[in-house]
Design a protein around this ligand. Structure first.
Ligand SMILES: [Zn+2]
Length: 207
């Protein structure tokens, strides 16, 4: 875990260059995406961290498969975020062996935005419209100037637009993200970037 701002951490994974986030408050923490590594739950527990909430930025397999390892906790997502076996088709493109865990659906959903209290610290969840998926969630930590962008932003590789993407709305969504005036933007894959990177990034074509 790398601390990028006071009490705000990222965890970088070599697999798919995935980036997860952890936001800590007083006696509480929130995980941004559960990722694919069930072992992370034990690693965090060893440091006294048991996130009471996971926020899923979207339903792509690499962001949601390890949720089970963190239970019991609240699982937050946009109301259109469906976690079911259909997402395993995406995983099958990368891995031969079958997924043997249990998929965990969101327990708490929102439509436009919701403010959460993480141990006395405010964390805002926003949905700015369809782009990478129909239900992308942006996680904003106002007191740290940090935004977790999910796969709306990628560093080190181009952003990806699959069949479930809406490239025509992507720039608009990024403009709304930039209105949060972030100091640091954490992508779903790659290293943290700044607002200038997001402003300059190329929007992927529809596939
Ligand atoms: Zn994705």
């Amino acid at each position: 875990m790398i601390e990028i701002a006071d009490g705000v951490f990222v965890r970088r994974h070599t697999e798919l260059d995935l980036t997860l986030g952890l936001i800590t408050g007083s006696g509480d923490s929130l995980l941004v995406d559960s990722g694919m590594d069930p072992g992370l739950a034990a690693v965090l527990a060893g440091e006294g961290l048991r996130p009471s909430r996971i926020v899923l930025t979207h339903n792509h397999f690499d962001h949601v498969l390890a949720t089970e390892a963190f239970l019991p906790c609240e699982v937050w997502a946009h109301e259109d975020c469906v976690v079911d076996e259909s997402l395993l088709a995406g995983r099958a493109e990368y891995y031969d062996e079958p997924f043997t865990g249990t998929l965990v659906a969101p327990t708490h959903t929102f439509r436009d935005s919701v403010a959460l209290d993480v141990g006395g610290r405010r964390v805002d969840l926003h949905h700015f419209g369809p782009a990478h998926t129909s239900h992308d969630v942006v996680v904003h930590v106002p007191d740290a100037g940090v935004v977790f962008a999910g796969d709306l932003v990628e560093q080190g590789a181009p952003a990806q637009a699959g069949p479930d993407a809406t490239p025509a709305n992507w720039r608009h969504v990024l403009d709304l993200l930039l209105e949060l005036d972030p100091r640091i933007v954490v992508p779903g894959h790659g290293n943290p970037v700044d607002a200038a990177f997001v402003r300059a990034m190329a929007i992927p074509e529809a596939s």
